[in-house]
Design a protein around this ligand. Structure first.
Ligand code: NAG
Ligand code: NAG
Ligand code: NAG
Ligand code: NAG
Ligand code: NAG
Ligand code: NAG
Ligand code: NAG
Ligand code: NAG
Ligand code: NAG
Length: 810
């Protein structure tokens, strides 16, 4: 409130500060290291912390705005370089750092309380915030040293770090680090573990590191000097419950950072090279979990990152285990070798988000799975836990959602304001309730619940509710000139939101398909992937059913294959489009415990962005596979003629393999550039699938290749492509490959085309592939995952292959 009048501004114009020589691979663009209160620059390991003293002749130029506050450099007798000095801040103060690279940054605060003349730093009590996030409130450092680490996604601007002493107290700080992070270090979001499976975006949240643990290191931490990003990894033994079940193993030589896989800055080999594993050597029937317990603040969500690396197995597919957080299953039957292309020793990490509601404990467990006859074992190499800022943009326990009533001592004015605010809310709620009753009388609709003026979906799910007027504005009041498509569900318009984002706005016809509307939003908010068209928001005001998607500049694949006024796609572009859409489908099939079946795979539902990157669209028909114990319920046939799985037509049993069939048809269409059914052709050629498969069996597939591709396709690439399509189109679903196999083989076809550039990350792979070229398509579904580990983070091994349960809604 009174900050501005009383501010010490310490501006760090340190852009010439690149005297820091970084030898370990990552060189942060923004890299500010400040040794607070120090008159001289202080070298620590391979880095130099710069003095923030205005009197010294350093590059930093602290500015005192108000004379009424003091900022005193003080010194201790500690020999550890950063703890010899501190800066005392008697009034609200801030440090400002110009940011040159947008993205996630770490902010590390070093505290080491000591006694200096009249100041006992252990008595200091203060709050720290950055931008609009509260890091700590009413904070006391009773014993040190303490390093607090936060991360923020910053834009081009100044990072402002504000220290506010509590009344009659003061603040202090010993050292500061601000550094930009590699873009892929912290994910934009992750799968949530809890009663409901969903996906949550964290890119706008602040994170605080609450634990960073190296398993199996036997009481020895990995020091910041030995980490490419200067992190401290503490040893796990203090967190481990029942040490007698555990065994520490170390085999750093086994760690194999392959190109295209996990980067070394994710965690160094000293972390991946040690592990804590189940001590089951003497007991082949051992069945116990290894559990680590962490104390956390309840009422917050946590991003948990598991680091795995199989440094113990002699061969692939021998180590299977389950992973839990607070007794909730995260992954069943995890087989690391599958996730790392059978490269034993390739690191793998996995992020999940979980909420801690009522206990202050977060338990992480791994335990043997009971599939197969494998020796019981379970392993964990490293773990990071990051607290996620809450709706109040705070990370402090005082602001926890659970502490709503703890702040009883509010002033009269605040009380009054809140009182009035509450009255207004009550009035609004009453008004809405009345209105809803009226509505219900009029429409007595089964969808009553959905139109009552509250958001359909809980805010934890992605899917923002847009006001109708915003959409009217974006689409120029649904101007026909912005119409880009018309479908069974309604019309699709191009729109431009206030922030200039281009969007596609699908407006449903109001009297039908509410269930479909809802399904689609639910599906889109659960699944997010770069090869799936993503949801931007929706609107259900005034009985509208509007879904807002990201805008795809280049329209549909159908348009590119058959449209007259578009340039033809090259073979390589076509392969990349197939690969992209296969990735999207593979993700749908595997990202959650229940496979999601698209049901309407066709070129019209594969959209292309400005770079011709393919994204799968139209989840209106998608359904999750049923629970294992649900009985067979047949379903009305949905989908598009020509692409429908014949097995599904006959038996009405839907599996992911129906999508694989449809994908096979799409592949043929991509190859031939003609519609699936073309009645203008001679009878034997009308049906593309029959005709192409006949030629494929005779080895004459090149006869029907799109004339626009003449001479472009290398014979090996065509042969591979034909083989995959043929496999996808076999009669029995069980004989068809999985989408993962299809993807792997398509990548192979692309390599055989000699594209070289996109996939040169693993030179050896090529020769290996040439070698297995003529064998069955039987590569395990996750082997392509190097370089796209994130895509697979949510994979569940307990997929359900069964048919679909659904009552018809259209
Ligand atoms: C300096 O601080 C370190 C904490 O890292 C502590 O272990 C050490 O005992 C301290 N030394 C003195 C002289 O206080
Ligand atoms: C400094 O404050 C701490 C915590 O209040 C107290 O335990 C300690 O005795 C104080 N030290 C001195 C020298 O007053
Ligand atoms: C913080 O919030 C204030 C008002 O609430 C706003 O004016 C300011 O732009 C925000 N700053 C940042 C960095 O978001
Ligand atoms: C950052 O702070 C400096 C100094 O106060 C100011 O000149 C500059 O405009 C600020 N930049 C931004 C993007 O706010
Ligand atoms: C925590 O509580 C919230 C709200 O009561 C609930 O939605 C959520 O599912 C709970 N999470 C867990 C992990 O129990
Ligand atoms: C940071 O935010 C920007 C948009 O503000 C977003 O595009 C980017 O993906 C975010 N980065 C991370 C790592 O979350
Ligand atoms: C965590 O583990 C401890 C010890 O096994 C147990 O007492 C506690 O209930 C567990 N907490 C949760 C949330 O599962
Ligand atoms: C391991 O933990 C999970 C979740 O708490 C539990 O379901 C399972 O029974 C445990 N396994 C053993 C062997 O205790
Ligand atoms: C890492 O794995 C690759 C692929 O299997 C292998 O070719 C390479 O030799 C391995 N490197 C080491 C150091 O083991």
């Amino acid at each position: 409130m009174m900050i501005t009048g009383n501010v010490v501004e310490l501006l760090m114009w340190v852009s010439i500060l690149c005297l820091i020589c970084v030898s370990n691979g990552f060189d942060p663009v923004d890299h500010y290291l400040i040794d607070c209160g120090s008159p001289i620059n202080t070298p620590v390991g391979d880095r130099v912390f710069v003095a923030d003293n205005p009197d010294s002749n350093s590059l930093s130029t602290p500015q005192t705005i108000s004379a009424s506050t003091t900022q005193k450099p003080i010194s201790s007798s500690n020999d550890s370089a950063l703890y010899q000095t501190a800066r005392i801040l008697d009034g609200a103060s801030r440090y400002t750092f110009p940011i040159r690279k947008p993205g996630r940054h770490w902010i590390r605060l070093h505290f080491f309380p000591f006694v200096y003349q009249n100041y006992n730093l252990s008595m200091a009590k203060f709050s720290v915030s950055a931008q609009n996030f509260t890091f700590i409130k009413e904070f006391k450092v009773e014993n040190g040293p303490q390093v607090k680490e936060y991360s923020l996604n910053l834009t081009y601007s100044n990072l402002t770090l504000t220290f506010i002493p509590s009344s009659k107290s003061f603040a202090f700080i010993n050292a500061l680090e601000v550094l930009s992070l590699p873009d892929d270090l912290i994910p934009e979001g992750a799968r949530t573990i809890g009663p409901e499976d969903s996906y949550q975006i964290v890119s706008k949240k602040a994170l605080e590191t609450v634990a960073r643990v190296n398993m199996g290191n036997n009481n020895k931490p990995v020091s910041p000097q030995n980490d490419p990003l200067w992190r401290l990894w503490v040893s796990d033994d203090t967190f481990l419950i029942h040490n007698n079940l555990a065994k520490f193993v170390s085999n750093t030589k086994a760690v194999n950072f392959t190109r295209g896989g996990v980067a070394e800055y994710i965690a160094p080999s000293s972390v991946y090279g040690t592990a804590t594993m189940l001590n089951s050597e003497a007991d082949p029937s051992m069945n116990a979990n290894l559990t680590w317990r962490f104390v956390v603040d309840p009422g917050f969500e946590y991003l948990v990152r598991f680091h795995f690396c199989d440094i113990v197995s002699g061969s692939a597919n021998t180590l299977f285990f389950n992973v839990y957080i607070n007794s909730m299953l995260v992954l069943a039957n995890l087989d690391l070798s599958k996730l790392t292309s059978n490269i034993l020793g390739a690191p793998y990490f996995m992020d999940v988000i979980t909420r801690v509601n009522d206990s202050s404990k977060l338990n992480v467990s791994v335990g043997p799975s009971n599939v197969g006859n494998h020796w019981p074992n379970a392993i964990l190499n490293g773990l990071e836990i990051m607290k996620i800022s809450n709706a109040k943009s705070s990370l402090d326990a005082l602001d926890s959602d659970l502490k709503k009533n703890s702040k009883m001592k509010v002033g009269v004015i605040v009380g009054l304001t809140i009182g009035m605010f509450t009255a207004v809310i009550v009035a609004i709620v009453l008004f809405l309730l009345c209105r809803r009753r009226t509505c219900a009388h009029v429409s007595h609709s089964k969808a009553e619940d959905n139109f009552n003026g509250t958001a359909i979906f809980s805010s934890s799910k992605r899917g923002y509710r847009y006001p109708f007027v915003a959409i009217q504005e974006a689409t120029d009041n649904f101007s026909e000139s912005l119409l880009i498509g018309v479908g069974g569900f309604g019309k699709v318009y191009k729109g431009i939101l206030r922030d200039e984002t281009k969007v596609a706005v699908k407006r449903g016809v109001s009297h039908l398909g509410f269930a479909e509307f809802r399904t689609e939003i639910e599906m889109l908010s659960l699944v997010r992937h770069r090869h799936l068209v993503s949801l931007i928001g929706y609107c259900d005001e005034q009985n509208e059913m509007i879904i807002i998607y990201e805008y795809m500049e280049n329209g549909s694949l159908k348009n590119h294959l058959h449209g007259s006024n578009v340039p033809g796609l090259s073979w390589q572009q076509r392969l990349e489009i197939c690969i992209g859409s296969a990735r999207g489908l593979h993700y749908l099939h595997t990202s959650s415990a229940k496979a999601i079946i698209h049901r309407d795979v066709k070129p019209a539902n594969i959209l292309l962005d400005e770079n011709l990157m393919a994204k799968v669209a139209d989840f209106g028909l998608s359904r999750s596979g049923p629970e294992i114990d649900e009985s067979h319920v047949s379903t009305a046939v949905k989908g598009s003629f020509g692409y429908l799985d014949p097995e599904y037509l006959i038996r009405q049993q839907l599996t992911e393999k129906s999508d694989v069939y449809s994908f096979g048809v799409v592949m043929l269409e991509v190859l031939c550039g003609r519609p699936v059914i073309d009645p203008s052709l001679p009878r034997e050629k009308v049906n593309l699938v029959e005709w192409a498969m006949m030629l494929q069996k005779r080895g004459q597939l090149e006869e029907i290749v799109d004339p626009r591709l003449a001479g472009q396709i290398k014979p090996d690439s065509l042969r591979k492509f034909g083989e995959i399509a043929e496999k996808c189109l076999v009669e029995r679903g069980v004989d068809r490959p999985s989408m993962g196999d299809v993807l792997w083989n398509l990548e192979c076809a692309l390599r055989l085309q000699g594209n070289g550039n996109s996939f040169n990350h693993n030179g050896e792979m090529l020769s290996q592939i040439n070698h297995v070229n003529n064998l069955e398509i039987s590569v395990s579904s996750a082997q392509f995952s190097m370089g796209s580990v994130g895509d697979l983070a949510g994979i569940s091994m307990s997929k359900v292959f069964a048919q679909l349960v659904r009552e018809d809604k259209r």
